[in-house]
Ligand binder design. Sequence first.
Ligand code: AP5
Length: 223
Amino acid sequence: EKAEPLRVMISGAPASGKGTQCELITKKYNLVHIAAGDLLRAEVAAGTENGKRAKEFMERGQLVPDEIVVMMVKERLSEQDSQEKGWLLDGYPRSVSQAMALKKFGFDPDIFILLEVPEEILVERVVGRRLDPVTGKIYHLKYSPPETEEIAARLTQRFDDTEEKAYLILFSFPENNVEAVLSMYEDVIVKVDGTLPKQEVFSKIDNILTELLERKESALGSL
Ligand code: AP5
């Protein structure tokens, strides 16, 4: 018999490094990465009705209304691959109502990782962020530059990454809301210093997840 797969939530301010860590985590742990922002950007790109509505909120750095986001995430979590391999939920829940919806549907995390990064660093990260449209990999002009000229030439910027939006997000980042969401996961929160270089941040997360997996396996052994 196999131990239950990992169920991980990762949270932090915009540009705190969630997507970057998720890339590293999925590579090692083979979890299904579910990013609310990526699901939304896919809707925007597809030009669906939900996508058109979502875009207005995203450009302003505001939360997209629950009626668009909640079912979208719930459906992805319910798919067979997420259930079998385990999941890594990125950028969700961002409000108490989203967290309540997840609980209601029975999705509880083993662990809730919070990346802590101060505001002045966040702005610089949003502005320098670039994406490789071919591989989907996240780069930063200064901290994580592309490996080759060829990649450098094709890098794009996210439509919602402007300096203006960066400030907007930072100043409207609803602290209280964050605190309320955190309090719902109190017993499984682990705070990680997100200002460290990305490999160091990952090595902390890696230790936490390895230990968690070992606990799950030994719990199984003692049954
Ligand atoms: P979303 O896509 O979730 O964006 P976000 O929260 O703004 O997070 P980001 O993707 O911007 O940042 P990240 O933490 O993944 O950082 P990254 O790894 O890229 O959401 C976008 C929008 O969708 C929201 O504004 C909202 O409108 C909507 N939305 C999403 N979820 C929603 C929800 N649940 N409900 C309602 N609406 C929702 O890193 C950033 C940069 O820093 C990169 O360039 C990277 O290379 C660099 N970097 C990363 N780590 C390091 C490091 N350790 N040192 C130096 N540089 C680093």
